[in-house]
Design a protein around this ligand. Sequence first.
Ligand SMILES: [Zn+2]
Ligand SMILES: [Zn+2]
Length: 264
Amino acid sequence: MFIDSHCHIDFPELAGRLPAILQKMQDNQVSHALCVSVTMPEFPQVLALAETHPNIYASVGVHPDYEETVEPTVDELVALAQHPRVIAIGETGLDYYRLTGDLEWQRQRFRTHIRASRASGKPLIIHTRSAADDTLRIMHEEKAGTDQGGVAGVMHCFTESLAVAEAAMAMGFYISFSGIVTFKNAKELQAVARAVPLDRMLIETDSPYLAPVPMRGKTNEPGFVRHVCEFLADLKGVPLATLAHATSDNFRTLFGVPELAAAA
Ligand SMILES: [Zn+2]
Ligand SMILES: [Zn+2]
């Protein structure tokens, strides 16, 4: 069984064909998926998916790429995170690639999410792009990691260096690999994945984007996380079942989800 630790099945590319997406998950033995929030106005749709499907979980948070959107407060995030189907805070973080200029608002928003994680006890889903130094600095300043009394979380869709992965792991964070690691030109990232231990690794699709090989070019969906897992098992020279078990166990440990009932 595989678990997709990060998807956006509420996005328009996927929301219209949910029954087919759930069926594909079942066909590919993808037992569960975490549907990740990107704005506050869209959170109710994400939560509704988790409330109506026992194998879909939700997170609450505001993505750093959305500048003109409702800014959450710590208290609001903490209150929404009390819902039993909400298992994480995010996605949050810094993105200096998609947006430029004065991004102090991004850093403030990131701090708000880390404070909400500490106050709610729910782990963080961190997005970082072209901003690794500031991301690690703010994680440290806000005591995001278990080494400083925080809850830690996951560095999602990881594309940074091994040094960044090691710094995050030292704070108790997990490293999640998406379809990007399967791309032919991703040699450096593949070397990072080889070095990240099994007990720190998660897998994700980040669908509808970044479909893994051999589905590249198609609209991504949670069922395709199986291909990410197959690639990583090959890369690390371990049986597929070993990597599937490890990443599923890590998901349950990090997000505090008990041994899961069979997918509906
Ligand atoms: Zn992201
Ligand atoms: Zn995402």
